[in-house]
Design a binder for this molecule. Sequence first.
Ligand code: AVJ
Length: 314
Amino acid sequence: MDKLESFHQDVLRGLKDHPKWLQPKYFYDDNGAALFQRIMEMPAYYLTACELEIFRDKTVELAEVLHVQQEPFDLIELGAGDAMKSSFLLEHLLREQADFTYMPIDICGEVLLTLRDRLNRDLPNLEVVPLHGEYLDMLREATEQSDRRKIVLFLGSNIGNMELEDAHGFCRTVNRRLKRGDTMLTGFDLQKNPHTILEAYNDKEGITAAFNLNLLERINRELDADFNISAFQHYQTYDPIDGGCRSYLVSGTAQKVNIGGEVISFEANEPIAVEVSRKYTPLEIDQMAIETGFAPLAQIADSKNWFVDAIWQV
Ligand code: AVJ
């Protein structure tokens, strides 16, 4: 099944369900990736600055816990994007003359091409093998390409897009693909003042709203649909008890939407669940490691203690 076909099926499956849902991985067409870049530049979206600080100020500590001095390895980054954070680690590894290949994985082909060009220009000694596709498919490719030691980076709280059980399932799958001694570093956004969290996903300029609404525009464009986009509103919640920060697109009016010949009905004020961005406690993070077959080695936090990069070993 090709990419457009599975997009079509996933969209219809979600919109025929009650309540309706769409998967956040489909945000990232070229437009969506550009809007996400703008989100990362918003002061209210603190996640990027926190993790950038960790990678900038604690590079040596990260490198030590990841055991980069042992034999040659592949450094695989799930959802590499612009790799601004990991670049601090890449530069450090090059300075230390570590023997490694950088394998950035991303679902957006345009983003990967831009990244490869930038790295070839800025870090000409770095060996880069970009992998275009979904995390687990591309991780399989990377593990089949060579049996060198693996270090997996999964930054930016991308894991937050999974419900708790799905995150556990995902880590278990990654664990099975890896070998004893391999390490994984995952960025987790921590539970904090609920206002701070809500504001990161509910900016007044409407950038987050535009990012979410772009998903409907993408469906109109690629799947021959006729969503009346202006009828939909972005609605964000954060539940400080379960750590779920959730976004919805709410249809302001009753409407029928034609998606490539199939008709989906919306009632007035009916929501589509589009994204969860889960916030964790340090205890939940260690528990996730242990329950999915890893040994937790360290949690490295920013100076505000808002975000941690957790390092686990198989
Ligand atoms: C890229 C999944 C980490 O959930 O914080 C940002 C995406 N959505 N603003 C997040 C996002 C709305 C982001 N991740």
